[in-house]
Design a protein around this ligand. Sequence first.
Ligand SMILES: NC(=O)c1ccc[n+]([C@@H]2O[C@H](COP(=O)([O-])OP(=O)(O)OC[C@H]3O[C@@H](n4cnc5c(N)ncnc54)[C@H](OP(=O)(O)O)[C@@H]3O)[C@@H](O)[C@H]2O)c1
Length: 288
Amino acid sequence: MSQLVWLITGCSSGFGELLVHHILSRGDLAIATGRKLDKIKHLERAGAAALELDVTHSQQEINDTVAKAIAIYGRVDVVVNNAAYVSMGGWEDIGYDQILAQFDTNVFGSIKVTRAILPHLRERRSGTMVFISSLSGWHGHSFVGAYAGSKFALEGLVESLSRETEAFGLKTLLIEPGRFRTKLLSPGNLQVMQSNIADYAEASQTHVNGLAQEDQAQPGDTQKAVKIIVDLVRKEGCAAGKEVPLRFPLGADCFSTIKEKCEETLNLLEEWKDVINSTDHDNDTTWG
Ligand SMILES: NC(=O)c1ccc[n+]([C@@H]2O[C@H](COP(=O)([O-])OP(=O)(O)OC[C@H]3O[C@@H](n4cnc5c(N)ncnc54)[C@H](OP(=O)(O)O)[C@@H]3O)[C@@H](O)[C@H]2O)c1
């Protein structure tokens, strides 16, 4: 595969930062973006181009930044929607504004960036759109409903996008990491709302403590993950000669949880088959 130009959001740490380093090490070109240019200067020194991009800004501002990105190397081949954060808080505690803010970054940010680049990819009949989703796009853990909701929303939006654009030769990829060692759960990035309601207080505190203990102790090696992501896009290494699926879980925790959910779903369909299939109009010939 020839040299690719990548545009990545949220490159100040974690997946985004390591992706940029790995992309450069594979001989591709990277346009790193971040909310604050000074937090991605080190990536510029490593050989990436750098642009300021806050995914919560207006569609027009994001269009302008994406136009600048395309102008740097004359094209963009791969866009990685990576920027996100976790807002923690139970249903009865988390504020409407916090839920909106969670979706603004994790969902609407990806929509705006993708809508900005899509005409360019469609016109060229070539390109890959990568979305960093999550195990939380399959499984809603307690006290992180806003985050899980944002990733479930992303999964549905992106599944439709994939179907709408595959005819133009565009590839769409939803990466679903389990628990990886990045700054996602670090103080400053993780937004925590503890419960003020006695009934939830203990469970909420247990989850807050659990996430604090997990910070920098997650089992997933982010270096290994970014290599696989680049392999999937370039169809090299683990993806050489293979058809790359739309959804790609990463991590042993992801494997077991998704398998369990699929098996549970198949069992439920089988067990309730007669009821589920019983709701059509009687003697209806509308569909022949
Ligand atoms: N690590 C995991 O266990 C895990 C698991 C499943 C999914 N993920 C997903 O992986 C992706 C990357 O997260 P990470 O684990 O690498 O965490 P991270 O180290 O906290 O990185 C998150 C990045 O998103 C950026 N960001 C946040 N809000 C932004 C905004 N409005 N505009 C632009 N950038 C913004 C942050 O920039 P600032 O420095 O400016 O805040 C940071 O660069 C996310 O989509 C996350 O949901 C991670």
